[in-house]
Design a protein around this ligand. Sequence first.
Ligand SMILES: Cc1cc2nc3c(=O)[nH]c(=O)nc-3n(C[C@H](O)[C@H](O)[C@H](O)COP(=O)(O)OP(=O)(O)OC[C@H]3O[C@@H](n4cnc5c(N)ncnc54)[C@H](O)[C@@H]3O)c2cc1C
Length: 467
Amino acid sequence: MAQAMRQETYDVVVLGGGAAGIAAAVGAAKHGARTLIVDAGPMIGGELVSGIPLDGCLSSRGEWVVGGAVRELLAECDKLGGYIGPIRDYRSLTIVCYDTEIMKIAVVNWVRRHKIDLLLYTFAHDVVVSDGRVTGLVVLNKNQRTLLKAKLFIDCSGDGDLAIGAGAPFEVGDAAKGELQPVTLVFRMQGVDAPKLLQFVRDHPENFGLGEYAGLNLTKAQCAEALQKQGLPKVFIVAEGPVLGAAIASGEMYKTSMIGATPISLARKEVSVNTTRIGHLDATRTDKLSQALPDLMEQVWKCATFLQKRVPGFDQAVYSGVAPRIGIRETRRVMGEYVLNDDDVKEARKRPDGIAKGAHEYDIHLAGTGHIRHAIKDGGSYDIPYGTLVPKGLKNVLVAGRCMSATRGAHSTARVMGTVMAMGEAAGTAAAMCATANAWGGDVREVQVPRLRDVLKAQGAVLDGTH
Ligand SMILES: Cc1cc2nc3c(=O)[nH]c(=O)nc-3n(C[C@H](O)[C@H](O)[C@H](O)COP(=O)(O)OP(=O)(O)OC[C@H]3O[C@@H](n4cnc5c(N)ncnc54)[C@H](O)[C@@H]3O)c2cc1C
């Protein structure tokens, strides 16, 4: 059916309403830019509302390395009673936990408070570009096709649809090996008996990932004891352990490196479970992604049954829900003016042009039971320079989040939600600085990075002073 093309004009259009996109939109709107979020899905928040906790907010040493937008959203969630807070996993990380269901409300309240327009159920399928400048984004929904015009566009699509559509160079996973991190369907269990589970950890630490961060200075047994004292059901059941290992060997469980359980509601005794996986799947192939759903659902049910049968503390628990969509770890990375590299992250490098910090471990999930993980030097943090937000060859486009400019290894740490929100906030703030300036010449390279850093710091971002 032929449709007439409507036209709408904004200061800033953000493609993608995941963790990076909502932070980018808030960053822009806060500084007076008329801002729109476009998303193909029915909801905003992305993986923030799938059940997983926020990684990358605190370093392994336990220092906060993000502030600003992340803290604002957590405060919004706290107001509604949904904030659990930072907890140590006594493996290698400190994560930030919250109630996923309350977070769904918090993200919408947050975006509404900042007067950001939403265009959901809407797919961006074409980019109009002239001389390195995006002049319009063509989006399609049930009503009609619309040409969205804006001074600046921020690509938070995870897949780089906008920047790549406009001609930016990109890389995909490990191109040489044809490898991409697996996709996962996160699910939830209610009625988990935390004291019983933690006693099992204490009695059989060999089943759990514990004591990997050297800075903890604790044996596995001491970590199990500390986890028990903390009292929250944050555990990683590992494939090398006897219980999960035997279940994989017998076919009772599918091949996975781990079953990660994270508390999401203390009142409901509910945890999210991150474990299912299908490897070697290009999630930009919508046909393949759709075909993965039945197998992932089968894995969800297998794992829920395994936990009830084999893991003390889960024996009375019940399956209570599944994430709204298949989780995608890795697709395309847009190449920018700077490409964050493996040494930058592993060596915890600091830079004068840093606009965000990352601190999550180097973390590449492989198909089956494989998993590559390395700590950041001294459990510290690294800086992400402004150039990673600026796609090569484009003038009025910024990119943030999962499709950022990085090597595959650097991406494996910077892709987590605390970090992508900090990046998003920086991109949104930079976009507003351009869009609202009378003298802006039309290229995001004109942004004075020291000034951007000052503005970000004034709104609470952590850019200096961490290990
Ligand atoms: C299973 C799993 C477990 C994880 N565990 C953790 C964890 O414990 N802690 C942590 O911090 N991080 C974790 N991560 C990583 C983290 O969740 C993601 O990398 C991060 O949320 C990416 O956010 P994003 O906003 O960049 O992209 P996305 O969340 O992918 O958002 C992109 C959005 O863009 C929209 N979009 C894409 N293309 C178009 C288009 N053409 N038109 C319209 N809309 C479009 C999509 O609908 C989507 O909503 C995990 C990831 C997965 C998949």
